[in-house]
Structures are given as structure tokens and as C-alpha cells.
Design a binder for this molecule. Structure first.
Ligand SMILES: Cc1ncc(COP(=O)(O)O)c(C=O)c1O
Length: 458
């Protein structure tokens, strides 16, 4: 076998033509969304006022293992994909490990992350349906940027409710989003009923993704021919992100790479769900016994310390009830947390797979995340996004474990993006002012207190 190159690029012709629908291969499906008023499973019609029709169909599709990627989306994907699978030779050397380390690098587009994979698909379907505007929320800003890029390409106006603390920490994100034509509104804002209510109750709040989702949904519901789009959590977002896993699988097959350990970071679960899709699909079918690890921040420990319960996806309690790992929709992460991944809930698919034991989860503190990010930037040359560095941190830990044991494992992780807009966080790490925060059980109890009582009926 020829030496594995630093970067494995597929040709455009080798790009996957289909997304991988995990629900078609899961032994047990995630619990459907529950309508909070009827306490019955939501129907497609319940979701049509909020989401684009085709996306709702994808959300409800539990039978087709593969779903064709429309030609127009593939054309757009080709502007920044296929993304490379990189052999981290320099990191391996720095760690002096016998392990082989690979990363799938999704930071090769201007949004700086994997988010464009779903943004492209969602905006395409919105345009096809004849919608005339879209709303969304964004936390760190990658999703807002990705969506504004896709909206510019398919020519649809966009309003972005951006978590206030992030908009203050990352003013340049706003500039990029606006350059692509998106309108940025720091959330909570006085432009919506729910925003005004949240501000009245908690005037100094830096906001949360849950608040921003409520505001964006309210505007979509009140604006004619407008829909809301979400950048993570939902099954159709994971479906679009499966392009990451499918490309990885093809690249691995080309060079006979067989990962022993697959690692991804989890916020709402979309990149992780997308990266692991074909691999966990094979694991479910008994074709591999790969170790799969999800990594989350210790300050927002949804999988490791959350409850598997019915909860709302947003603070304003406008979404259906979703059965997922959650810290409670009232959970607001500490403002000192700059590593992203601060959503209170988790994708229902990822939650169910975790509940059924298909992967492990780890929670990591942010100063350790930045130790890993610094080590990576100095060896591999890429300045990683703090979110991605969660996966990177555990990849390094596993590689060092191999060094101790002398094992030559193959470790593959998702490097979801770049950290050029996270320089304030890098500065606080570099000047030693970065602090860690792990919520106490009492802190978490406050979030759990916001869980809807109806859950006891299920
Ligand atoms: C670079 C990057 N990686 C990972 C995530 C986590 O999101 P998800 O869990 O949906 O992949 C985000 C979310 O903002 C991100 O920007």
C-alpha cells in the first residue's frame, strides 16, 4: 500500500450522491415529537407553518436509508467540497505516539465550519417551495454565516437572531453575515414578544441559543411566506451532515484505513451525527465494533449530566416536546464559557443512540480544550475552532494513551471548523485569564426545574 498522503482529497466525481438516513437503520427509533397541546405525536401538518415542506418530509422519513442529493445542492457543494481527510503526521510526531491520527476538515469554506452542508440544502428547498424570507438563530456565528452565504447564493432575505453575548464577543461575525446580506439582531431583542418578556424578566442576560430560537420562530410564524431554519438538532440537519461521514467512509476505503476510534464534538449533535452516520450504521448492523466518542463542554454537560426527558427545544417553549438529553430549556450556560457548544438539548437521534449504548460521551473543561487547540495549531498549522477542539482534545488523549500502552490504534476525529473569529477566547487563554466553570448539581437542578411536567406521562 502506498504511503498515505497528508491530505486525501476525493475528486468531484467521487463525492457522495446520497445522504445517509440513520433512522432507516436504527433498531429503535427516537420518540417522535409530541404536540404540547394534544400530547400526541406531531403530524407533518403541525410542522408546516414553521418549516419548509421538503424538510418536514425528510424529518419524518424513517424508511429510506439513502436520500438523493439534488443536483443544484451538489453544484453548490462543489464550490467548497469534497473536504480533505487529513493524516495528522505532524501532530503524531509532536505527541510521539504510535497511533495514526486522521481528521476530516470541514473548515474550508468562509463560514469556517460544517454548517454550510445543511444551510445549502435548507435554503435550496425553501427557494424551491417559493418562500420569500427565512429566519434563524446563531450562537457563535458559524451557522448564521453559513446560512447567509447560502441565502446569498439562492437569493432569499434572511434575519439572524444572534445570542447577544456572542454578538458582543464576535463583532466581526456580524460584519461577515451582513456582507452576505443577512440582517443580524442580538438576542434577546425588543423585536419579538418573547424577547421583550425575557428582557423584562432578566434585563442583563447575555442570551442563549434557546432564547434566540424562540425569537426566530416567532418572527417566522408571524411573517407571511417566511419559515424558520435550524442549524442543528433536527433529524434533517443530521441527514445533510451525513455528507461528512459518507466522504470520510469513501476516503477510508480508498486507502484501507480502518478507524478504531471515531471522535466528534457535540453541540446540538449535527456534525457528530453526520460524521458517525455510516460507521454507526455498520455498528448497528454488527459489521464493526468501533469505539465512538462524543465530546461536550464540562460547562454545558448535556449528555454526561443531563436527563433523557421530554423538553422544549427553546426557552420560550414554542417547539414541540422533544425526547432528548437535556439540561432543561431554562439552562443558561456561564457567560465565561467561550468554547461554543452551549445548547441545553441534543439531537433526538444522537440522544437515542447514546441511550442505547452505541457511543461514549466525555465532558471537557475549556482551558484543556485550548491546550489541545494550541498544540494542534503549532503542529498541524490550522487554527481550530474551540468547538472542534473538544474532539481534538480527546483524540490527543487517546493518542497519548496509545503512547503509554504501545498500541498502534487508528484515531479519526471531526475537525469541524476554524477559529479565526474566536480570537478573543484565544487571547484570554494566551494571557492566562481564561477560567473554567463546572456547574454544581444545584446549578443543574435549576435547569431541570424548567423541564415540563408532562414528561411523567410517557
Ligand atoms: C465549528 C463548530 N463545530 C461544532 C459545532 C457544534 O454544532 P453541532 O453539534 O450541531 O455540530 C458548531 C456549532 O456552532 C460549530 O460552529
Amino acid at each position: 500500500m502506498a504511503r498515505i498522503p497528508y491530505k486525501i482529497y476525493l475528486s468531484e466525481d467521487e463525492m457522495p450522491k446520497r445522504w445517509y438516513n440513520l433512522k432507516a437503520v436504527m433498531k429503535e427509533l427516537p420518540t417522535p415529537f409530541i404536540h404540547p397541546a394534544t400530547l400526541k405525536p406531531c403530524t407533518a401538518e403541525d410542522l408546516h407553518p414553521v418549516f419548509c415542506k421538503e424538510l418536514v418530509d425528510q424529518e419524518f422519513n424513517t424508511t429510506d436509508q439513502y436520500i438523493d442529493i439534488p443536483e443544484e445542492i451538489t453544484e453548490y457543494y462543489k464550490t467548497y467540497r469534497p473536504s480533505p481527510l487529513v493524516r495528522a503526521y505532524s501532530l503524531e510526531k509532536m505527541l510521539d505516539t504510535p497511533a495514526e491520527i486522521y481528521y476530516k476538515f470541514e473548515g474550508t469554506n468562509t463560514s469556517g465550519s460544517h454548517k454550510l452542508n445543511s444551510a445549502a440544502a435548507q435554503v435550496y428547498y425553501a427557494k424551491k417551495q417559493g418562500l420569500t424570507s427565512l429566519t434563524t438563530e446563531t450562537g457563535a456565528g458559524q451557522w448564521g454565516t453559513a446560512l447567509s452565504m447560502a441565502c446569498a447564493y439562492f437569493n432569499i432575505p434572511l434575519k439572524v437572531y444572534m445570542v447577544k453575548i456572542s454578538s458582543q464577543q464576535k463583532p466581526y461575525r456580524k460584519a461577515v453575515i451582513e456582507t452576505y446580506g443577512g440582517k443580524v439582531i442580538p438576542s434577546p431583542s425588543d423585536t419579538t414578544e418573547i424577547g421583550r418578556k425575557i428582557l423584562a424578566e432578566n434585563p442583563g442576560t447575555g442570551g442563549s441559543l434557546g432564547c434566540a430560537i424562540s425569537e426566530a420562530m416567532e418572527v417566522a410564524l408571524k411573517t407571511e411566506n417566511c419559515r424558520y431554519v435550524l442549524g442543528s438538532v433536527l433529524d434533517h440537519v443530521l441527514l445533510h451532515q451525513s455528507i461528512i461521514g459518507e466522504e470520510t467512509r469513501i476516503a477510508c476505503e480508498k486507502y484501507d484505513i480502518n478507524p478504531d476510534i471515531l471522535i466528534g464534538c457535540v453541540g446540538g449533535g449535527s456534525n457528530f451525527g453526520g460524521l458517525i452516520a455510516p460507521f454507526v450504521g455498520d455498528k448497528i448492523a454488527g459489521k464493526n465494533n468501533m469505539r465512538i466518542i462524543a465530546v461536550e463542554p464540562a460547562s454545558c454537560p448535556t449528555l454526561t449530566r443531563g436527563k433523557y426527558a421530554f423538553d422544549f427545544g427553546d426557552t420560550g417553549k414554542m417547539t414541540p416536546l422533544i425526547r432528548m438529553y437535556t439540561l432543561g430549556s431554562g439552562f443558561i450556560p456561564s457567560p465565561n464559557h467561550s468554547g461554543g457548544l452551549r445548547y441545553h438539548g441534543m439531537s433526538p437521534i444522537v440522544s437515542k443512540l447514546y441511550h442505547d449504548g452505541y457511543f461514549e460521551a466525555r465532558a471537557e473543561e475549556q482551558s484543556k480544550i485550548f491546550d489541545a487547540a494550541t498544540m494542534f495549531s503549532r503542529s498541524e498549522g490550522i487554527l481550530p475552532a474551540p468547538e472542534s477542539s473538544h474532539a481534538l482534545k480527546v483524540a490527543i488523549d487517546e493518542a497519548l494513551r496509545c503512547k503509554e500502552s504501545g498500541e498502534k490504534k487508528t484515531i479519526l476525529f471531526g475537525l469541524t471548523g476554524t477559529g479565526y473569529f474566536d480570537l478573543a477566547a484565544y487571547m484570554s487563554y494566551n494571557d492566562g485569564t481564561m477560567t473554567d466553570y463546572i456547574p454544581s448539581d444545584t446549578d443543574l437542578e435549576k435547569g431541570f426545574a424548567s423541564l415540563p411536567e408532562v414528561q411523567v406521562r410517557f
